[in-house]
Design a protein around this ligand. Sequence first.
Ligand code: UDP
Ligand code: MG
Length: 326
Amino acid sequence: MILYLVVPCYNEEAVLPETSRRLAEKFQALEAAGKISPQSRVLFVDDGSKDKTWSLIDELHHRDHRFGGVKLSRNRGHQNALLAGLMTAKEHCDAAISMDADLQDDINAIDRMVDAFAEGYEVVYGVRSSRETDTFFKRTTAQGFYKFMKLMGVDIVYNHADFRLMSRRALEGLSQYEEVNLFLRGIVPLIGYPSTTVEYERGERFAGESKYPLKKMLAFAFDGITSFSVKPIRWVTGLGFLIFMASILALVYILVVKLLGFAVAGWSATTASIWMLGGLQLLSLGVIGEYVGKIYTEVKARPRYLIQAINLMPEEPERGEIQDAK
Ligand code: UDP
Ligand code: MG
């Protein structure tokens, strides 16, 4: 089977020589074991790097046909770089694995992913077994991220980043998701098809520094939530409803105070309108939000279904047609 390894790179000159060396070894071993065919490739995607990344990729490509490269016109971010690589790979491969350039994703898990593919799984998620190598900060923020996403109603695979194998058919499915705000971790589970997980130990970035500062991570999480969940809107609606209910209780209280003669002139009307209008406004915002949300999902034009198998006896061809064909 032809395997394509898609590796997004943004300013990765520090890691590329070592990464390519280890990947070449891995490919040789896989090929020798008869698990992948010689047409398999490592596809680096240069995400608009400002350092020597592209010239390194170019050099690798000319030295060893196993390495290929795609260069984006400018920095478009990890998710877009991944998509560019996967969509390029789709035209040539039976399955593609996406992984980071810094070798944090254990390349020995590739064997097990390929085995799972051979067993018939079309999506194999790499799931990290522990977070011991992470700094305390990265660990807490990352785990908080998964918990928060669940709470917000986004269905993602726990402790899975973007280290995964996808069959060509799954990639075809992915290509039908035309949304611009890409959050691959959320889309892939939506594609469906038989899937499984493979555990791996995540290492440390062995050179260079993280290209995912907190600011990018927060933007990423926010993108994930707003692209996949209507829960925030529902919460606004719920809050509006609660406040509106409370305003009815407040109204009773205001009337009692007024009837007992404790109210200053104008107090009752002002207080009552603050409560009622506040509640009504939030409620209406929520309702409008629901419609905006609907427009949003329509605009994304996601495929409504993907077919896994069809069992259908084709109609008997008519006699005349067969004769015509002869
Ligand atoms: N990356 C990219 N474009 C970007 C940022 C990152 O292609 O704008 C790549 C980067 O080269 C690496 C992968 O995404 O291969 C993951 O980035 P990094 O290892 O810096 O993130 P971390 O592991 O710290 O979360
Ligand atoms: Mg990394």
